[in-house]
Design a protein around this ligand. Structure first.
Ligand SMILES: [Zn+2]
Ligand SMILES: [Zn+2]
Length: 309
């Protein structure tokens, strides 16, 4: 929108620049420049009056029921907008944009209409939320499968797999895929626990009294310097750390999953509600003559409550 204006200005500058180079005398030059300016201004007026175009999609044509409207104090290339483009803008932008023009800050005149049947919208909302959750789930599965695959490559001859007591009907030898999948899950949670802990520690303020305990726990890693002499003790230490991180990882994983679902839900819910409200609060076409907007106090209260006014 602004780009178009700038382009137009550059075009005008270009035109006046040409006239400068064409004419030699200084006085005539200035007169020329002012006259071209007048002409371009007139041209601009004529263009805007004759071919209104949408300030969002920049298209000039409009479909039946989706006319170009002039809802605010904006003039020139910014004056017109498709109803559908404006309603989309109102539903995806911040609350202020629902009832105001974001360029001239004028409040729209809102006509209140009864809401239509919205069951299919609810269906769509559930579909979107499910789609996003399934997407996140598969992304996690891919990471786990990659780790399992890496473990398989590291253990190609199966020595690690066979080192487990394979008593129950040779279950591990018969089914290597579940085994490496479980290794992948374990590695995923251990890494999640490890990075989660690092993130948690670094997010705490260093002046926070709780940080002292955290620092102590970090210094606690010093015990790794005095490595146990025997192989068994070392192995036991590694197992303890793996279990510890895996438990931490499960906890962080649970937290992250809850947060992700909440975020997905909120995002779709917010857009859905606003999209519905754009159909209930219809922006009026003011045909270029703006007057201060007035809205029923009942509806004003309602919109203020959901931070859309
Ligand atoms: Zn448009
Ligand atoms: Zn405006």
């Amino acid at each position: 929108m602004k780009g178009v204006e700038m382009q137009q200005q550059q075009l005008e500058l270009g035109r006046s620049g040409e006239s400068h180079s064409d004419s030699d005398p200084l006085l005539q030059n200035q007169a020329d420049a002012s006259s071209t300016q007048e002409i371009t201004v007139n041209n601009e007026d004529i263009e805007n009056v004759s071919v209104p175009c949408c300030r969002i999609c920049l298209e000039t044509d409009c479909e039946p029921g989706d006319e170009l409207i002039s809802p605010c104090m904006c003039k020139g290339t910014q004056q017109f907008v498709h109803r559908s483009c404006l309603d989309h803008w109102r539903s995806v932008k911040e609350g202020f944009a629902f009832s105001h023009c974001t360029t001239c800050k004028a409040q729209f005149h809102l006509r209140v209409a009864l809401s239509e049947d919205n069951s299919w919208r609810k269906m769509k909302f559930r579909l979107f939320v499910t789609r996003d959750i399934v997407f996140v789930f598969f992304a996690v599965q891919i990471v786990i499968a990659a780790m399992g695959g890496f473990a398989y490559l590291m253990d190609k001859d199966g020595t690690f797999r066979n080192s487990f007591s394979d008593g129950w009907d040779r279950i591990l030898s018969k089914h290597p895929i579940p085994f490496y999948y479980c290794i992948g899950v374990l590695a995923f949670f251990v890494l999640l626990g490890f990075f989660g802990l690092i993130l948690h520690c670094s997010s705490l303020n260093s002046n926070d009294p709780r940080m002292a305990g955290c620092q102590n726990c970090c210094y606690g890693w010093g015990i790794l310097d005095c490595f146990p002499a025997s192989m068994e003790a070392c192995f036991a230490l590694v197992v303890v750390f793996v279990i510890l991180f895996a438990i931490l990882g499960i906890a962080y994983g649970f937290l992250a999953a809850t947060m992700a679902i909440q975020k997905i839900w909120q995002r779709h819910y917010h857009i859905l509600i606003k999209r519905e409200l754009t159909k209930e609060y219809i922006v009026e076409d003011l045909h270029g003559s703006y007057s201060p907007a007035k809205l029923d106090s009942e509806h004003e209260e309602r919109l203020k409550m959901v931070k859309l006014l």
